[in-house]
Design a protein around this ligand. Structure first.
Ligand SMILES: Nc1nc2c(c(=O)[nH]1)N[C@H]1C(S)=C(S)[C@@H](COP(=O)(O)O)O[C@H]1N2
Ligand SMILES: [Mo]
Length: 354
């Protein structure tokens, strides 16, 4: 199923310009690979001046050096279709509110990425797999953080296990076209299953390390702090939670009574979506929806539909809840955390039928 609007009639929803943060118009997108021009944008800093035409690989490797884009494109490629979702997607729905970019439901998109498995590149460089603990990637964009004096480049690490996953790739193409600059060209990491802070754009350096990396983008940000004024019980943000969006009707929409189609998408970072249920009576009773999976990959979203027969005039609370093949289900209450990550409470909207 393809988007409802002609692509030239759809636009991103702007949150900020410097840095550039914009949402995908998610209610109008179907099961397709989202156009690069409609793919949400999430940046911590202004765009890098001159992205490098390859990256340096160093640390625990036999042959440190520069891997150029030409070298990488000549290696056997791998293509993965996956959702990227910002960990802050739906942050504005938290109660009490959480500070940060006030994302609605549009900090998510999906598409087809072509590149080379990170594993292949590590092997080419002769990495010391036995001693390696983490793979650190550093990008070309940098700036000040509100909580620190120094200038930081966007840098994060991946545990060796996730780095070794054949679907963790360094991508140079998106939807059969060269990757666009704003989405990380020439080379970006794609880490399917994890929230997208891990999918580093504009890669400049890859370092094989025997120590865990402690930069602010994983020790301060992208950490769940479950309590208001303390760092107690903190743990890192990694895999995407099972989640769904009601695309139509819109929240607070007024419609004519009669049969209604309720539709949306559902996804999970860990397994395929097995079931999506809808309630039209505020959660008292639930009905199964019809699923239209895009493919058998666990990484893309699943489109779902429900026909609400002969609904009569009144005000209704409509809910949707997804369940994945690992039995993970959306909770009624979101897991509140200071920085507002991973919101995945049961989707809830209200409609008035006349
Ligand atoms: N170099 C770099 N990579 C980055 C970021 C960034 O600010 N700089 N933001 C991350 C975050 S938080 C997200 S959600 C995704 C967004 O990717 P997109 O802008 O292509 O949608 O990129 C990730 N990779
Ligand atoms: Mo993000």
């Amino acid at each position: 199923m393809y988007s409802k609007g002609a692509p030239e009639e759809l636009y991103l929803k702007t949150l900020s310009l410097e840095p550039d943060n914009q949402e995908t118009p998610i209610p109008f997108i179907g099961n397709e690979h989202v156009l690069s021009s409609l793919f949400y944008r999430r940046n911590h800093f202004p765009y890098p001046q001159e992205p490098s035409a390859g990256f340096t690989i160093d640390g625990l490797v036999d042959s440190p050096g520069f891997m150029s884009i030409e070298y990488i494109q000549a290696l056997p490629s791998r293509t993965v279709e996956t959702v990227l979702e910002c960990a802050g997607n739906k942050r504005s729905l938290f109660e009490p509110k959480a500070f940060g970019e006030p994302w609605g439901r549009g900090a998510i998109s999906q598409g087809k990425w072509k590149g080379v498995p990170l594993k292949t590149l590590l092997e080419r460089a002769g990495w010391e797999q036995e001693t390696a603990v983490e793979i650190i990637t550093a990008a070309g964009d940098e700036g000040e953080r509100p909580d620190k004096k120094d200038v930081y480049a966007y840098t994060r690490s991946l545990p060796v296990e996730k780095a070794m996953d054949p679907d963790t790739i360094i991508a140079y193409e998106y939807n059969d076209r060269p990757l666009s600059f704003k989405h990380g060209a020439p080379l970006r990491l794609i880490v399917p299953g994890w929230y997208a802070m891990a999918s580093m754009k504009w890669i400049e350096r890859i370092t094989v390390s025997k120590e865990t990396f402690e930069g602010p983008f994983q020790m301060i940000d992208y950490v769940y702090y479950p309590h208001k004024n303390s760092r107690k019980d903190a743990f890192p943000v990694t895999t995407m939670n099972v989640n769904s969006i009601i695309q139509s009707p819109a929240d607070m929409e007024i419609k004519k009574e009669g049969t209604q189609i309720i539709e949306g998408i559902a996804w999970s970072g860990e397994a395929v979506i097995e079931q999506v249920e809808v309630s039209t009576d505020g959660g008292q009773t639930w009905a199964s929806t019809q699923l239209e999976p895009q493919s058998d990959t666990p990484y893309t979203w699943t489109k779902w539909f429900y026909e609400w027969q002969e609904a009569v005039a009144g005000e209704y609370t409509i809910m949707a809840r997804a369940c994945d093949a690992k039995g993970r289900q959306q909770p009624m209450q979101a897991f509140w955390n200071q920085k507002g990550y991973g919101y995945n409470a049961v989707e809830m909207i209200q409609v008035k039928l006349k």
